[in-house]
Design a binder for this molecule. Structure first.
Ligand SMILES: [Zn+2]
Length: 658
C-alpha cells in the first residue's frame, strides 16, 4: 500500500469514528484505539508534509473526538442544581432559604425539560454564539446547529446590545418517534430516548443533519444582559418572551404548599408537554436575593430540582397481544384494565420479550404492578401471585407470526423473536427499501416514500412484485410523473441482471449481508444450487457458521420465500453467480457419499464437491457419476456396484481434489 492510500484509509477510519461519536453519541472503538489512529496519521503527515490537507482530521482535532468543536468559555457558568427527592426535602429547602434571607420570598416552579442544556449569546440583536453546557465552565461551539432550530430567534428587535440566555434543546416526542421509525426502515441504530437523540443531533458536524432532526428549544434563564437589569426571574422571562423566545412555563408560588401543588400539577400534566420532563425546578424569584445567597462549589443555594418518583399502580392483565415491528421483531404487550398513572390513562404495558415474561411469570388474568418512569409506555415490574386465578397458564409467544403465519426464529445474539416471512405485511416497507438499497439490488429512485406509495396503492405485496409493475400504475402515484415512473421501471428492469450476490443480500436473510452473500455466490453457481444445500454443506463454506446456515436453510425453505423466488424466476431475474467460481472441474458431475470418511466430515466433502461445481445427491441412480465409499459403506455401495458406477475410495477422492 502506498503512503497516500494509507493516509486516506486512516482518514476514512477516523472520520467514520467521528461520525459515530457525533451522530450516535457512541463509539465502536475505545479511546486509545482512536488516539492511536490519530497519532499514526500525524506521523505520516509529518513525514510527508506534501500530503497534508486542510480537511485532515488531525487539523480539526486536538487529539480526541471530544474537541471536534471549538471550546467556548462560559462567561456565566451553567450551574447544575441540587436534587430533592421528597416533599419533606422540598419543605426543608424552602424554609432554609427563607431563614437565610430572614424574610418571606417568592419562588417560581417550572417543568425541568429532559434535553441538552445550552447557552446562546446575542450581540446587537443577532444570534452570535451558541454552546453546549460542557462541564458548566467550558462547552462546545454548536452555533450552526442551533441556528437550524426554527423556534429560536436569529434576530431580536429592541434587544440589549449583549444578551446571554440559557435553554434546553429537546426533540419533541412526536419527532423522536418518526425519526426512529425512519432509522428502523433504513436499518440504522435506534436512539434510546428523545434526550439522546437531541444530544446527538446538536453535536452533529454537518448542520444539514441537525436541521433534518427538527430540534426545538425552551429558554429558562437569562444569564447576562448589559441592558436594564431585572429585579426578578419571572420579569426576565416575560421580557424574553416579548423578544420572541419560547420560554418555559412558570408559576410564582409563595408557600411550600403552593410549590407542592404546582409540582403535582406539572407531574400530572406532563403528557401535555411536547417534551419529556425529568422533574420540576423551584427557583428563588428575586435576583437580589439570589445574589445574596450565592452558590456552593456544586450548585446555587437558591434553587432545587424536584425529581418525581417513578409512579406505580396495580392493575389486571386482561390479555397479551403480540405486535410485529417493521424489522419483524415480535413484541408482546399486556392489555391492562385502565388505570391513571403519571398523568395519563394507561391501557397497556410493555412486556419486551419472552425472557422478561418468563422472569416475571406474567399470565393473562394476573394482577400486576405497572410503573411509568421515563419511558413512553409503562412496564410491568411485578405480579401479585396471591391474586392469581386457578387455571392461569404460563404465557408463551406464538411460534408463528401473528401477521403472516411465517415461522418465527430467535435472534442468535438476543432474546428477540423475529418473523422470517418475506411477504409479511408488517415488514413489507422495510423489506422493499432494503431490497432496493445500494448494497442489495441498487434500484435507483426506490426510496422510502416511493415504496410507501406502492404499498399503499396495493401494487406490491412482496419484492418480486416490483418486476411486474407497469408504467401507467406507477405514474399514477402521488408526486410521480411520467418521466420518473419510466426511470423507475428502467432501474428495476436493469436490476434483473445483478446476479446472485446482490439478490441474496436483498433477501435480507438474517446474518447474510453483503459479505456473506458474496462468499456464498463464490461457492454456488446459482440460487438453485444454493437452495439444495443442507445445513452441513453450508457450514463448510468459509465464514458461514451453523446459526447462519440454519437461517439460510429455513429461509430458502419457507413457503413465502419459495413463492417470491418463483415470481422472480418467472419475471426473468437472474439467479446466476457473477462471482468467479474458482474451479469447475466437477461441473456436471454428481456424487453420492456413503459410509464414514476418515479425514473429513460429509459436510466438508460435500462443500469441496460443490466448490468445484459438482452436485451431491443422497441416492444412487444411473446418473450418478461417482460414489465415494468410506468405512462401513452399506446398501448404496452395493447398488453402485450393481449399476456399474465408478466407486472412489477416500484416497482416490482426495486425489481428484488435489
Ligand atoms: Zn410475519
Amino acid at each position: 500500500m502506498d503512503v497516500n492510500q494509507e493516509i486516506q484509509n486512516l482518514k476514512n477510519k477516523i472520520r467514520e469514528l467521528n461520525r459515530e461519536y457525533y451522530e450516535l453519541n457512541e463509539s465502536s472503538a475505545p479511546d486509545y484505539e482512536y488516539d492511536q489512529l490519530i497519532r499514526q496519521l500525524r506521523k505520516l503527515e509529518n513525514e510527508h508534509p506534501e500530503l497534508l490537507t486542510a480537511d485532515s482530521p488531525t487539523q480539526l482535532v486536538g487529539g480526541t473526538a471530544e474537541s471536534m468543536f471549538s471550546p467556548v468559555r462560559h462567561e456565566v457558568p451553567l450551574e447544575s442544581l441540587n436534587d430533592v427527592f421528597s416533599y419533606d426535602d422540598l419543605e426543608m429547602f424552602i424554609s432554609r432559604t427563607k431563614t437565610a434571607l430572614g424574610k418571606a420570598a417568592f419562588f417560581t416552579v417550572e417543568p425541568k425539560i429532559d434535553g441538552l442544556s445550552v447557552a446562546i449569546e446575542y450581540i446587537g440583536g443577532r444570534l452570535h454564539l451558541g454552546a453546549t453546557r460542557g462541564d458548566g465552565l467550558v462547552g462546545e461551539d454548536v452555533t450552526e446547529n442551533l441556528r437550524t432550530i426554527d423556534s429560536l430567534p436569529k434576530i431580536i428587535k429592541n434587544a440589549p446590545w449583549r444578551l446571554i440566555v440559557r435553554g434546553e434543546v429537546y426533540m419533541s416526542r412526536e419527532t423522536f418517534i418518526r425519526l426512529n421509525e425512519e432509522r428502523e426502515i433504513k436499518g440504522e441504530k435506534l436512539f434510546a430516548n428523545p434526550r439522546n437523540a437531541a444530544a446527538g443531533s446538536v453535536r452533529q458536524l454537518d448542520s444539514r443533519i441537525a436541521k433534518e432532526r427538527r430540534l426545538d428549544i425552551i429558554i429558562f434563564n437569562l444569564q447576562y444582559t448589559d441592558g436594564e437589569p431585572f429585579s426578578s426571574h419571572a420579569a426576565s422571562l416575560e421580557a424574553l418572551s416579548e423578544m420572541g423566545f419560547p420560554v418555559v412555563t412558570h408559576k410564582l408560588c409563595e408557600s411550600y404548599e403552593d410549590c407542592r401543588r404546582q409540582i403535582i400539577s406539572i407531574g400530572e400534566n406532563r403528557e401535555s408537554f411536547p417534551f419529556d420532563i425529568d422533574g420540576a425546578v423551584i427557583k428563588l424569584d428575586s435576583i437580589a436575593d439570589r445574589t445574596f445567597l450565592g452558590s456552593t462549589s456544586k450548585a446555587p443555594r437558591w434553587a432545587a430540582a424536584y425529581k418525581y418518583p417513578p409512579e406505580e399502580k396495580e392493575t389486571v392483565v386482561e390479555d397479551i397481544l403480540v405486535n410485529v415491528g417493521r424489522t419483524g421483531v415480535l413484541t408482546p404487550k399486556a392489555v391492562v384494565a385502565p388505570v391513571r398513572l403519571a398523568g395519563t390513562r394507561v391501557t397497556n404495558a410493555s412486556l419486551h420479550n419472552q425472557d422478561i415474561i418468563d422472569k416475571l411469570d406474567v399470565r393473562i388474568g394476573d394482577t400486576v404492578v405497572i410503573r411509568k418512569a421515563g419511558e413512553i409506555i409503562p412496564e410491568i415490574i411485578g405480579v401479585n401471585r396471591s391474586l392469581r386465578k386457578t387455571g392461569a397458564e404460563p404465557y408463551k409467544i406464538p411460534n408463528r407470526c401473528p401477521e403472516c403465519g411465517s415461522a418465527v426464529l430467535k435472534d442468535p445474539d438476543g432474546p428477540s423473536l423475529r418473523c422470517t416471512g418475506l411477504e409479511c405485511p408488517a415488514q413489507l416497507l422495510r423489506n422493499i427499501v432494503h431490497f432496493a438499497s445500494r448494497d442489495a439490488m441498487d434500484i435507483e429512485g426506490l426510496g422510502i416514500s416511493v415504496s410507501e406509495a406502492l404499498i399503499r396503492q396495493g401494487l406490491i405485496k412482496g419484492p418480486a412484485d416490483l418486476y411486474y409493475l407497469d408504467k401507467d400504475s406507477v405514474s399514477a402515484l402521488d408526486r410521480m410523473g411520467e418521466k420518473s415512473a419510466q426511470n423507475l421501471i428502467t432501474a428495476i428492469e436493469k436490476s434483473k441482471d445483478n446476479g446472485l450476490a446482490r439478490l441474496l443480500c436483498a433477501f435480507g436473510i438474517r446474518q447474510v449481508g453483503q459479505k456473506a452473500a458474496k462468499t456464498l455466490s463464490r461457492h454456488y453457481p446459482n440460487l438453485d444450487a444454493l437452495s439444495e444445500a443442507k445445513q452441513e454443506d453450508l457450514t463448510a463454506v468459509p465464514d458461514i457458521g451453523p446459526i447462519t446456515a440454519d437461517f439460510i436453510v429455513s429461509w430458502l425453505n419457507s413457503p413465502q420465500s419459495k413463492h417470491q423466488i418463483k415470481l422472480l424466476r418467472e419475471a426473468g431475474v437472474s439467479f446466476d453467480s457473477r462471482e468467479e467460481i474458482s474451479d469447475t472441474r466437477f461441473n456436471g458431475k454428481s456424487f453420492v457419499l456413503t459410509g464414514t470418511l476418515g479425514g473429513m466430515t460429509r459436510g466438508e466433502a460435500s462443500a469441496m464437491i460443490e466448490k468445484f461445481g459438482g452436485k451431491v445427491s443422497s441416492s444412487v441412480s444411473k446418473k450418478t457419476s461417482y460414489v465415494i465409499a468410506g468405512e462401513a459403506a452399506g446398501s448404496k455401495l452395493t447398488k453402485a456396484q450393481e449399476l456399474g458406477l465408478k466407486v472412489l475410495s477416500e484416497e482416490e477422492f482426495l486425489a481428484l481434489l488435489s
